[in-house]
Design a binder for this molecule. Structure first.
Ligand code: HEC
Length: 112
């Protein structure tokens, strides 16, 4: 998968809003929270167990506790979000760095 182009531009755009710097490999919780807010919060409770704006959508804390981060990373990369549930899903284009950020955010939620 190419690392340049779309992904690089996206990371730059996100970094402007985030104070956390990008350590190699690790995602940014702050950027992940921003992605969740922008793309997911319309249906999911992104900070707690729910209830969510869309009743069928599990709260992110529950998702974080239910699935190991590596499973989520794989699922996000393959695009499970597209078409999940009874509600029409937008098609997300998440780059590897955005996925790392989301995972970092979910990891934090999974902690008690
Ligand atoms: C248009 C509404 C909507 C949006 C936007 C949305 N989701 Fe969902 N999501 C749902 C619904 C509804 C379910 C539960 C349906 C199901 O489990 O089949 C769900 C379930 C999930 C699950 C659990 C899947 C499983 O198999 O248990 C994950 C993980 C998830 N969403 C991640 C995300 C992420 C990350 C985003 C933002 C990038 C997002 N969703 C945006 C509606 C949405």
């Amino acid at each position: 998968m190419p690392k340049f182009g779309f992904t690089t531009i996206t990371v730059l755009a996100i970094t402007i809003g985030a104070t956390t710097s990008y350590a190699s490999g690790g995602g940014s919780e702050a950027a992940g929270a921003q992605i969740a807010e922008n793309l997911c919060s319309r249906c999911h409770d992104i900070a707690d167990v729910g209830p969510s704006p869309v009743a069928d959508a599990p709260g992110f804390r529950n998702i974080a506790r239910q699935w190991p981060p590596d499973h989520l990373r794989e699922a996000f990369a393959e695009g499970i979000m597209v078409g999940h549930g009874p509600v029409e899903m937008p098609s997300f284009e998440l780059g590897p760095d955005q996925i790392d950020d989301l995972i970092a955010y979910l990891n934090r939620l999974a902690k008690p």
